[in-house]
Design a protein around this ligand. Structure first.
Ligand SMILES: [Zn+2]
Length: 220
């Protein structure tokens, strides 16, 4: 899953107003931020199989560290500890914020579950899970869009714009994300070169987090 993960980021920001939306964007995508470099480093394995699903050619036959449920718990715990004791600026709310960040990291596995083929392990090896929505481009697109819009609506309800223009920035941003995903699924060719795929994935993840951070600063 790509932009659908950010639905959870918006929703958690709506729940915990002291959490940074930019950081939540990083947290919900954290295991993918690790996954691509891990593949390049040879720690995990991604095989490109033409037409593996309608959406991409990813046959992820070994990625327990980032996409095992246990692995996800460990990263969530690490995020909790780092966020609570190192990164948190707001000491009073640090426990709640750290918990929200950990939930964001963990949410990745469950949102991936909707679209992946059965390749998500609990620890490593069988059993593996995935509902396989990637076999349909249109269903993948609509599901991610629906999740993201729901997250946005909740976020808009729970936060307030500080100026006239900032009333619309979050909606414009989500529209931009929907457009990017449209291009990604329906227009651009699939990218089967791991190094350029890693670079473009990381550029997008951090760019989106940066924009989210900027937009969120203009809301209270
Ligand atoms: Zn993932």
């Amino acid at each position: 899953m790509f932009i659908g993960h950010y639905a959870v980021a918006f929703a958690l920001k709506g729940k915990e107003k002291n959490a940074s939306l930019g950081m939540l964007f990083i947290a919900t995508q954290f295991v993918d931020i690790l996954f691509f470099p891990f593949v390049v480093a040879g720690l995990e394995h991604l095989k490109f199989v033409k037409g593996f699903t309608a959406v991409n050619d990813f046959n992820m036959d070994f990625y327990p560290f980032t996409h095992g449920l246990l692995g996800s718990f460990v990263w969530a715990l690490l995020f909790y500890v780092v966020y609570r004791f190192v990164l948190a600026k707001n000491k009073a709310a640090s426990k709640r914020i750290a918990l929200v960040m950990a939930l964001a990291v963990l949410s990745h596995w469950f949102t991936d579950l909707i679209v992946h083929t059965p390749d998500l392990p609990l620890i490593n090896g069988q059993p593996k899970f995935g509902f396989g929505l990637w076999h349909s481009k249109i269903l993948t697109y609509l599901t991610e869009a629906a999740l993201l819009i729901l997250g946005l609506v909740y976020y808009l309800k729970k936060t307030k714009a500080v100026s006239k223009t900032s009333r619309y920035t979050a909606t414009v941003f989500v529209t931009f994300l929907l457009l990017i995903n449209y291009l990604n699924l329906f227009v651009l060719p699939t990218n089967d070169a791991i190094k350029s795929l890693t670079v473009s994935a990381l550029v997008f993840y951090f760019l989106f987090a940066g924009i989210a951070h900027f937009i969120d600063k203009k809301r209270t």
